[in-house]
Design a protein around this ligand. Structure first.
Ligand code: NDP
Length: 257
């Protein structure tokens, strides 16, 4: 036992959607544990600002960044190949990039449904598939899929997101069924309501905010820091016999009615 169990020194980690929000915090936690970080986002300007901040804190030798759209199959394949050629073999992948879209189902356009499914679910298949190619050859790798408390609970107006995150939980199991025998570990993290840019409008909505506070046994919104420890643990040797699980980090929201 001891801190070596959670030491990620020398391990290369890609966190999708780490230019801001939860992904950025998870990337920081992995870098604090010693990992070499590949930061990622779609908007290259935001990504450049985050990359400069990380390089100042962790040095240029441990921090890299690549901007690409996780829903674009060709871009994903090209970028994963470039990352492995330029930075080195990926040992850790966090599929975190995601979007929300709120609209009643009867008004929901197929294009919006598709965009939410592509960004939250298909992206994990695409990035996971490309990253797994090298991981399977080397016989080691950890993939963490960022699901949501919405994986299990449904609320009106976020049908596509709920379907996508439920699918992501099952994709975590499917990846485990296919790849665990070859040394890969795939697990999920299902955050409850976390205060980030994505949820700022909900924090500002007095009615919704008080519903969240009443509905969450812990009595508060989650913070991005609340997710950091479990992510490091799942990325480290401290979790080597955990396969295909999705861990709810939600202040107890998913266990009460
Ligand atoms: P943010 O909106 O703050 O950040 C989203 C990140 O994903 C950004 O870096 C964004 O990059 C990137 N991204 C989005 N779409 C794409 C795309 N097509 N290609 C590449 N990058 C993309 O979200 P959060 O930090 O709040 O959420 C992160 C994850 O956590 C999501 O999967 C979300 O569903 C999940 N989650 C969040 C909860 C919360 O309460 N906040 C609760 C439960 C789960 P760019 O800015 O360049 O587009």
């Amino acid at each position: 036992m001891g801190s070596k169990l959670f030491d990620l020194t020398g391990r290369i980690a890609l966190v999708t959607g780490s230019s801001r929000g939860i992904g950025k915090e998870l990337a920081k936690a992995l870098a604090d544990a010693g990992a070499t970080l590949v930061l990622h986002g779609r908007n290259s300007e935001t990504l450049a600002v985050t990359t400069a901040e990380f390089q100042k804190n962790y040095g240029t030798e441990r921090i890299f960044s690549y901007a690409f759209d996780v829903t674009d199959e060709a871009a994903v394949a090209a970028n994963i190949a470039t990352i492995e050629a330029e930075v080195g073999p990926l040992r850790i992948l966090v599929n975190n990039a995601g979007i929300q879209h709120r609209e009643p189902m009867l008004e929901l356009a197929l294009s919006d449904w598709q965009r939410v499914l592509d960004t939250n679910l298909t992206s994990a298949f695409l990035v996971g598939r490309e990253a797994a190619k090298g991981m399977l050859k080397r016989g080691e790798g950890k993939i963490i899929n960022i699901c949501s408390v919405q994986t299990d609970l449904a609320r009106p107006t976020i049908s596509a997101y709920t379907a996508a995150k439920g699918g992501l939980r099952n994709l975590t199991r499917a990846m485990t069924a296919e790849w665990a025998g070859s040394g890969l570990q795939i697990n999920g993290i299902a955050p409850g309501y976390i205060h980030t840019e994505m949820t700022q409008n909900l924090v500002d909505d007095e009615k919704f905010n008080s519903w969240i506070l009443g509905r969450t046994p812990a009595g508060r919104w989650g913070s991005v820091e609340d997710l950091a420890g479990p992510a490091v643990w799942l990325a480290s040797d401290g979790s080597n016999y955990i396969n295909g699980q999705t861990i709810f980090i939600d202040g107890g929201m998913s266990v009460v009615v």
